[in-house]
Design a protein around this ligand. Sequence first.
Ligand code: COA
Length: 329
Amino acid sequence: MSPVALKGIGFYAPEKILTNADFEKIVDTTDEWITTRTGIKSRHIAHPTQATSDLALEASREALKQANIDPKDLELIVVGTSSSDMLFPSVACLLAEKLGAATPMAFDVAAGCSGFLYSLSVAEQFLKSGMYKNALVLGADIITRFADYSDRATSVLFGDGAGAFVLTNEEQGEEFILDLISGCDPYGTDKLLLPAGGSKLPASHDTVEQRLHFIEMNGKEVFRFAVKISETLIKELLERNHIEIEDIDWFAFHQANIRIIEGAADRLKLSKEKVMISLDEYGNTSSATVPMTIYEYWRKGRLKKGDLMVMIVFGAGLTYSIALVRWPL
Ligand code: COA
C-alpha cells in the first residue's frame, strides 16, 4: 500500500464580516456576553448569491494549484457539509462541474460539524486501497443560512467558509494520516438538528411558521458532550499510538466555543501555545473549522514540516472524529 500524502491546502472565507457590535443591533445581546461566553468576535457571512459549492470552489482552486494537480486528474471528490446547495445533486457533483473535472466519484458526507474529518477518513481508504490516486477533500458550509437570527443563543455562534485538502497516493509520498478514530453517539440525535426540509417534515406553511427550518440545539448538552468526548478521544489516540501529550506540536480543535476548547485543554493539561484558535475571527463554520484553522496557521508560517498534529471535531449526530497527522507542507 502506497502512502497517502497531503499535497495542497486551500481556504475561502466570504468578504462580508458580521461583528459582535453588528449583532447588538440584530438580537438582544452584547459584545461582552458573546466574547466571554464563546470567544467569538466576528464571523464571515456568504453573499446571498453564493451557495456552498461556490465557497468550496474557491478553496479547491487554491489547493489544486498548490498541489499542481489539474481538476481533470481528480478521481475522487468528497465534501463534508450540512448545508448543501440543494437536497440533490451533492455539493461534490456541483463542485466537479464548476472545477471542470472529468468523471470523478463525487459525493457529500453528512456528519454535521465532523464532516471534514469523516470525509478525510473515507477518502484515505479509497487512496490507500489503490483504487484512486488523486482526491479532493473539503469541509464547506454556509451554515448561517440555517441560523435563526431571532434566536440569540444560536445565531451568534456561526459563520461561513470552506477549507480544502488535496491528497494523493504515491510511492514516494510521506504518510499524512497516522491514525484516525471516528464514531457517533446515536442517543444524541435530538441535541442538535435541523427539523424540517427533509423527508420527515417537508417544507410547508406550518414548518415555516413554526421556524422548523432553522438549527435547534441544546447548547448545554452539546457543550458537555464536546468537552468530554475531546478528552476521551485525545487520551485514546495517545494511548494507542504510544505517544505522550508533550509529543504533539499542535491541536486543531473544532472551533465551536473557546470554553469547550479550554475545558478540554485544562482537563488534559495542554499547553495553550499548542492549541490553534480561529473562532475569534470566523466563528463556528461547521465542517470547515478545522481545515480553515490549519490553513490560517500554515499561512502565517506557524507550522513546520514534520510537526505532529491532532485534529478533533464533534457535531450533529452526535458525531465525533480525531486524527493524528504529520504536517508535510
Ligand atoms: N446574548 C446574551 N445573552 C444570551 C445569549 C446571547 N447571545 N445567548 C443566551 N443568552 C442568555 C440566555 O438566555 C440565558 O439567560 P437566562 O439565564 O436569563 O435564561 C443566559 O444567557 C445563559 O444561557 P446559557 O444557555 O446557560 O448559556 P451558556 O453559557 O450555556 O452558553 C452557548 C450558551 C450556546 C454559547 C453554549 O451552551 C455553547 O456554546 N454550547 C455548545 C454549542 C455548540 O458548540 N454547538 C455547535 C456544535 S457543532
